[in-house]
Design a protein. Structure first.
Length: 151
């Protein structure tokens, strides 16, 4: 392994917040830690197309934001990222284009604003947007943000 490869590995380990687990066996890690290891394993290869199926499902909110930021950075560096998410707020906030599936077919696709509207959410999930002070809450708004991140 060359110096460049070691540099990529070290960078990805830091980006995925795995430095403290570097010497632990995979089967001793929690589900969220294992998910981050699998993401690191994918990112270290610097793929042109990255497919991620529910990459944040086992993660706490802070690590969810970290992972979505990493995926966005990968995309913005000229690569393609296709992500399957059930968290509509994360999808709306981080994804450039959404495809809403319902019963195996595409119900809507496009920007978050075009896809995550009241009618589509009712048709796909039988849900309505919650009203606060008479205004509908938007699924495009994340309810939290990362306060601190040690790099």
């Amino acid at each position: 392994m060359g110096e460049a490869d070691r540099g990529i590995i070290d960078r990805v380990i830091r980006q995925t917040d795995l430095l403290a687990f570097r010497d632990r066996a995979f089967n001793t890690l929690s589900g969220g830690e294992q998910a981050r290891v699998l993401l690191a394993r994918a990112l270290v290869t610097e793929p042109d197309i990255l497919l991620a199926d529910e990459p944040v499902s086992a993660l706490d909110p802070a690590h969810q934001l970290d992972v979505m930021n990493l995926l966005r950075q990968h995309c913005e560096s000229g690569h393609s990222v296709i992500v399957v998410l059930h968290d509509l707020s994360l999808a709306a906030h981080y994804c450039h284009r959404l495809q809403l599936l319902h019963q195996g077919t595409t119900l809507a696709e496009g920007s978050a604003e075009a896809v995550l509207n009241e009618k589509n959410l009712a048709d796909a999930y039988d849900i309505a947007l919650t009203k606060a002070n008479g205004d509908a809450l938007k699924p495009t708004r994340l309810p939290w943000r990362r306060l601190h991140k040690d790099d």
